[in-house]
Design a protein around this ligand. Structure first.
Ligand code: HEM
Length: 412
């Protein structure tokens, strides 16, 4: 190698459930990375380097140009170009066309319209949690029955039901979509598992399209409107629906569970949540930054950045969790402080591919986290924090289960 150092594989071991991998944090803002398929690329960890790359049209998200930084068989297969409609893996101008079509369905106005629906799903999830504890109820007071898994009962269903509602997918398809999304998120999934997961989601969207009413029906949901006004082929519509179902709930679910987890271990911060949920959620997004290994770009031409040249064809994986702990950008970055301004964090990315669902995600997080702690003021972990299983090697970081309990524990 030109710099005389040996490129290392990506470090994935986290010292605590909330802090990014130590090895990654020790790296320079831009350093060489050995990818599992033998590609010699880069990893960026510095805030300003990452922001510059995300804003630079000389970097591409085209799937066939990207290398995957973590994983087995799936990481060593050369990817094919994105099918029509898979816009996260397209550059301008194709990408721009789809984003324009979708932006009105995810803007602040649409999210306000969705608020009553979000509130209803939150209330249902909280009722379900209370029912889950019913065995431990005595005289109407919860007394500490079996622990409830906050992931299955709260963090997963709320965002999944909301995105299903937005797309007009029947609520009973939620479990199937959740299961398929989990396969896509696992960077160690085998290629045939990925194909099955994609088929499962596209099958749901095809069924939906077959039932769409004819005519210009902007009130009948996102896909109906896109079908009527976007001039899109069936394949494009199916793939658009697939992208939205696949990206539209897991990150929010992960943030909900991990956000609740960190607040359960930090009562002082939790006590401050209700005073300014908007600010608190921004800080939780910065501090936890769950999109850990899948924000990637490949240079289309040689690009000099931070004194180094990323050659055409080389992939850079952008570590948002480390960038959002960059002390040059955020003072005292390892302290969770829900009263600080975390504005400018990169948890939703930056530039033209910045998260399409960010307004929705923010509102879901604010409403759900405040409602959770209002309903169960004495909510607590039912296991030691070290026993909560984390997803260290997945694209979207999070926890698989979060056993919680509440109520008075009676002595025998
Ligand atoms: C893109 C994070 C929720 C849909 C992104 C990106 C990030 C991100 C970092 C940029 C990826 C890149 O530049 O390569 C998050 C987080 C969420 C969240 C942290 C929750 C807390 C959602 C929701 C939706 C969504 C609710 C709903 C549909 C998308 C889509 C893209 C995207 C479609 C691709 C945009 C494009 O390429 O133009 N998200 N997201 N996300 N997100 Fe989210």
């Amino acid at each position: 190698m030109s710099d005389g150092q040996t490129a290392q594989p990506l470090e994935t071991d986290r010292p605590t459930p909330f802090d990014p991998p130590v090895g990654l944090r020790r790296r320079a803002p831009l350093s060489r990375l050995a990818y599992p398929d033998g590609h010699l690329g880069w990893v960026a960890t510095g805030y300003s380097v990452i922001r510059a790359i995300l804003a630079d049209p000389r970097f591409s998200t085209r799937r066939e140009l990207l290398h995957q930084p973590v994983g087995g068989e799936r990481a060593t297969e050369r990817p094919t170009p994105a099918e029509p409609g898979i816009f996260p893996h397209m550059d301008a101008p194709e990408h721009t066309r789809y984003r324009r079509l979708l932006s009105r369905h995810f803007g602040p106005r649409r999210v306000v319209e969705l608020t009553p629906t979000i509130r209803r799903y939150i209330a249902e999830a909280l009722d379900g949690m209370a029912d889950g504890m019913a065995d431990g109820t005595a005289g109407g007071t919860a007394v500490g029955g079996d622990p409830v898994d906050l992931v299955a009962s709260f963090a997963m269903p709320i965002p999944a039901l909301v995105i299903c509602e937005l797309l007009g997918v029947p609520a009973e398809d939620r479990q199937r979509i959740q299961a398929a999304t989990a396969v896509l998120n696992d960077l160690d999934s085998r290629p045939e598992q990925v194909i099955d997961a994609v088929r499962s989601i596209t099958g749901t969207v095809r069924g939906l399209l077959a039932r769409l009413p004819a005519g210009d029906s902007s009130d009948d949901g996102l896909l109906a409107h896109a079908a009527a006004t976007g001039g899109l082929s069936d394949e494009e519509l199916v793939n658009l629906g697939m992208v939205l179902l696949a990206t539209g709930h897991l990150p929010t679910s992960s943030m909900l569970a991990l956000g609740a987890f960190v607040l359960l271990t930090d009562p002082a911060q939790r006590a401050l949540l209700a005073a300014d949920p908007e600010r608190a959620v921004e800080e939780l997004l910065r501090y936890l930054s769950i999109l850990q290994f899948d924000v990637r770009r490949t240079a289309l031409v040689d690009v000099e950045i931070d004194g180094q040249v990323i050659a055409a064809g080389e992939t850079v994986v952008l570590s948002l969790p480390v960038a959002n702990r960059d002390p040059e950008r955020f003072p005292d970055p390892d302290t969770l402080d829900v009263t600080r301004s975390a504005a400018g964090h990169l948890a939703f990315g930056h530039g033209v591919h910045q998260c399409l669902g960010q307004h929705l995600a923010r509102v879901e997080l604010r409403m759900a986290l405040t409602a959770l702690f209002e309903r169960f003021p004495d909510l607590r972990l039912a296991v030691p924090p070290a026993e909560v299983p984390t997803r260290d090697r997945m694209a979207v970081y999070g926890v698989d289960r979060l056993p919680v309990t509440w109520g008075v524990v009676l002595a025998d």
